[in-house]
Every structure is written in structure tokens, then in C-alpha cells.
Design a binder for this molecule. Sequence first.
Ligand code: SAM
Length: 655
Amino acid sequence: MDSEITLKQEIAWASHLSLQACLLPAPKGISCANYARIPLLKTDDDDSVDVNSNNMDDSWELWNSFRMLCEHHSQLSVALDVLSSLPSPNSRARWFGESVRAAIINTNSFLTNALGYPCLSKRHQKLIAGFFNHSIQSLHGNNNDLDASHKDAFLSEVVVRQNGSVIWNVTFVCNFNDWEMDTVVSFLNLLESKTPVREVEDGSWWHLRRNGRFDICSFYDSLCESSHVAFPWKSIWRTKAPRRIVLSGKPVHSPPKGSTDLASNHNDSNFDGVQRHPLKLYLDYIGYLYQRMDPLPEQERFELGYRDFLQSPLQPLMDNLEAQTYETFEKDAVKYIQYQRAICKALQDRVPDEKVSRITTVLMVVGAGRGPLVRASLQAAEETGRKLKIYAVEKNPNAVVTLHSLVKLEGWEEFVTIVSCDMRHWDATEKADILVSELLGSFGDNELSPECLDGAQRFLKDDGISIPSSYTSFIQPVTASKLYNDVKLHKDVVHFETAYVVKLHNVARLAPTQPVFTFTHPNWSAMKSNQRYKKLQFEIPSDTGSTLVHGFAGYFDATLYKDVHLGIEPSTATPNMFSWFGMNGVSHLPASHPFTTAMDDHIGLGSRISGFHILILKSCNVQEEASSRFGLSNDVLLSVQDIFGQLVTLPLRPW
Ligand SMILES: C[S@@+](CC[C@H](N)C(=O)[O-])C[C@H]1O[C@@H](n2cnc3c(N)ncnc32)[C@H](O)[C@@H]1O
């Protein structure tokens, strides 16, 4: 038998059945070019890779070599065997940047609780919780799932009329197992036996309620009355076990009859007379872990749609932002609370308590948008009892229209002067005590904050305060196979050399972040320059094992004033802040050729030169290319010449 042909036939058949995935045995070693012949040689479990053996290859290496042979194919995923002993946390963490489709938990990996029921160790529970977290996104984009998020569906959308009969159009959160099909069919029959609507003019009449209105309660009651159907109601409503966890092995737990615990609570009288699946206890336990997870906080729910989604960074200097973008900024209460705190402190430092009635502080909001920082400044003045005169400078004429309306609506005309122009060219009639701005991008300086503020500091008093007073960008190497595949879809180099803004979720952060560039304001130095070079070396913890670096994640942290900061650098990130593109976003800087890491690799360099950020991912020399492509002189490149590799650019236009 030609095993390759047979494998292809099997896969074609699975595809014909619209199966989402085929699960194949792991390759036997990292030289797996002949993999197609291996699965069919595998006759029983004894012949499989001994994953418990100490001299086993790192399973990541197996996966990586196979994935490389398949050219990082986007439809290739991995199912992880979760065994009783687990690798180190760093080694496990690598997998969260990979395309892990399922976790297979063998019954032997379960411990036994005091009542004889299966349970998992804390470390296993943590790992499983990580898998739950990382499958949430897939649940969203899948057509085959029950549209559980579609809670506001109209009856007309779920009740379909076909050839004179009425049927319920239901879809389920997960695919069913073979042994469940009979009950599913009887369940669907039951649903169809209860098609309770009578058409009346301009609506449907629900005869289970006297008022004719549809409600879940009456429908549920009527279905429950039909006790002949053995559909596992409570399992459907209560177990909610995630579909990405696969159980394998034979049952090895047999709790004494009549004992109860959290897992056994799932016993259901509706099951009486129905044979339970032999692994039900294990499935119930996994379902229990799943249900025990904390619900997603509101901000996380808001950000779900942005997870691992590539966006182009905004260029608010070059482009005029849209109203919707300002609206998103303005919803971020946390950001403006931080600004207000900083402004309060600055006002108090500027004007001592005994002089509050005599001194009016001049504050300029540069890049005022539609006015939220003007509001925060006025609230700070009220909070501290300081007198304030505000200039709101904005170059986007559309935002200025809204700003005028706001000032009029709020009756701020007495305190606020609107200036419609670019801050770099404004001739201010007086100097400011405090300069407030929010010109920060996800990478700190990438929206030209340093250049704009350098232009604006002409009208700041010599002892004036800038809020923010400084900001620093950070990077760290990441594995992010989904993002890599998304960029690869474009089939060109340009997209690999572009920085994106992403709410990173399916990533493995491989080493702690390191600071890249810092800018401080005001900067009165005569020799000031915003060009920067930085060479970094990241040490990936040795117990991680091999990894694949798909690029860098970039973040920023800003000191607004004294101890008041805001930012998205993971270790100090401001909680619940989502301003940066409607999410706690970061820049993802991809590499066209992902590379595995070795301990002595220099894998980072940042250069901020005339209009570009260039971030270089790995040691090698592409200086000539950089010089010809970006028109940069060799002098500029000199200081970084030995460590050029992949170029990733973040344009800083217009200069
Ligand atoms: C990130 S938005 C912040 C807007 C507002 N402060 C807020 O929090 O909603 C930056 C604003 O600065 C403006 N801006 C950027 N560069 C500017 C410049 N050189 N002069 C004046 N306004 C500028 C943009 O048009 C944009 O409205």
C-alpha cells in the first residue's frame, strides 16, 4: 500500500466531510521529510514516539522542523499531549505563540481527589486555563459554532419557513461526537415538534403565552414536558466544556457510588437509562475548570475583536484623524484621569497655596483634538483651586469645529482660546507655564511627538513644565505565528518591513522587555538631536528551549509628571487603559525570515534616523540595502553597521 496516497485519501475524505482538522501522530524525529510514510507505519501505541522518554527530542523541535518543511502553512496546527509531568513554565510558554489547536490530556495525567474523582495538579490547571484563554478568539471567528454571541437574534432569524413547514435554524457551539448523534437528532425532532408560531398580520403569535409573545421560559417548559427525549439538557446548559481539549486513554478512576463533589454534581436525572460516556468524569472535571474561570473583564471583552489583528499605525500629523477615532480616545477615562492627576501636581508646584488668588497659570494643550485634555485641565484647576488660562492648539480643522462647539456648550469661552494651526508654526502671544500634549504612539515617539514638542517648546517658559515630561519605547522578541502568517498572506517583502499595531494575544514573549529610546521635554540642550541608535542583546531564559522569533513587540511608557505615568509596557502597564487604537495595543514588528535563537545572538537594534525607525532583528550586514533604499548616508549607518539584518521600518512622515 502506498502510504502517501492513502494519507492523501484520508485527508481528502476528511475535507469532504467538512471536518475542521485531522489529527495525525507526531513525527518520529526532526528529520521528518518522509512523514507521510510514518503515520501508516504506526500500528499501535507501542510504536509511537515515546514522549515520556528522557532522550526524546524537544517536542517543540519536532513541531518546528515539520512546520518549516510545510513552509509555515497557515492550516498546519499542533495538538499538544499534556502528560503527567510538565516542562518548565518558560518552555510551556513558548507554545502560546504557536498555532496550538488542541490539548490532549491523557487520563493518566489526572490525580485522584479525596473522594476518588479525577482532578489535575495546580500546574496542569494553570496550563489548561492558558489553553482556554487562547481558544477564545478562535471561538469567535468560526462559522460552525453556535452563534452564542448573537443573543439579540430576531425570531425570524432562527425560525425558517421551508416548503410550508417551519424549522428552527440552530447551530451549536461545538461539533458532536459520534455517540451523541442519536440524541442530537431526537433533540432536533423535538424542536421541530414545537414550532409554535402562528402568523398574524405584521407578526407571529406564540401560543404558549396568553399574550402571544415569545419567551425562553415557556418554550423551555414545553420542551421539558416532552420527557421521552433523552437529550442531555443540563450538560448543554451547564458543562460548557471547551472543544479544544481532547481526552484520551482509558478511565482509571472509579469513585465510590453515591459520593458527590463538584465534578459528580453534573449527574443529571435526564440521563437515567442513557449510557454515559466512559470518560464523562474527566470531561465533567474539565468543564468544571472551564466554568470556574473568571469572566473576561469589560475591557478585555471590548478588545476581543482586536486580538492579533494587524492595523496600520495612525499618522495624526500627516493625516487628519476621523471623528470616530477621537471618540474612541475620549472613552478612555483612565488616560484622562492620569493626565488630570499630573496637571493637578504641576499646578500645585507652579502656584503655592498662598498665591492662588493672584496667579493665573497659562496652560497650552497642543494637539487638543476635540478637547478632552482641555476638560481634564479645567477639572484639575477646579480640584486644586488654581486659576487657569488655556490655549488649545490643534492642526486638524475638522476637530477644531467640534472643539469650538464644546467650548461654547460648556461656557468655557472666558478661559479657553482655540488656535487652529500646527504647533510648530504658531506665533504665540505669550509663554506657557505648562505644555500638555498627547502625541504618543504605541512605540512612544512614532507619531512624531519629539519633533512636534521641540517645535512647540519655543512658547514654553524657561522653567515651564511639559506633560509628558519623558517617554521611553521598549521592545522584546516574540513568537507570534498567527501574525506571521497574516503578514505572509500579502506575499511581498514590504509588509514584512512594516510595523503594525496589534493587540497581542496569541504570542509568546520570549525575554523581558528592554528600553530603546527615551525623549525628555522640554529639551533645552543646544546640541539636541532626535536621532538615536541602540543595540540590544536579549537573553532568552535557558530553560525555554529553542524558540522561533517572528519579530519584536514594541511598547512605551510615559512619565506625565513626577510619579504620574501611563503606558503599555507589560510590567508597568496602566490598568484598563485602551487609548492606543482602542486597545492596550502594541506595535508588532515582524521579520520576513523568522529565526531560531541561540544564546549568543544579538537580536535587536533600533535606529531612529531622518524619517524612519529601523529595527533590525538579527546579526548580518544589509547596510548597503539600507543605504540605497532609504537614502541614508553611510555616516548615519556607521554606528550600527555590524549588526544590520532584517529591516523593519516605522515611517515618521512628514518630517
Ligand atoms: C493622539 S491625538 C490626541 C487628541 C486629544 N488630545 C485627545 O486626547 O483626544 C493627537 C492630536 O494632535 C494633533 N496634532 C498632531 N500634530 C500636531 C501639530 N504639529 N500641531 C497641532 N496639532 C497636532 C492631531 O491632529 C490630533 O488631534
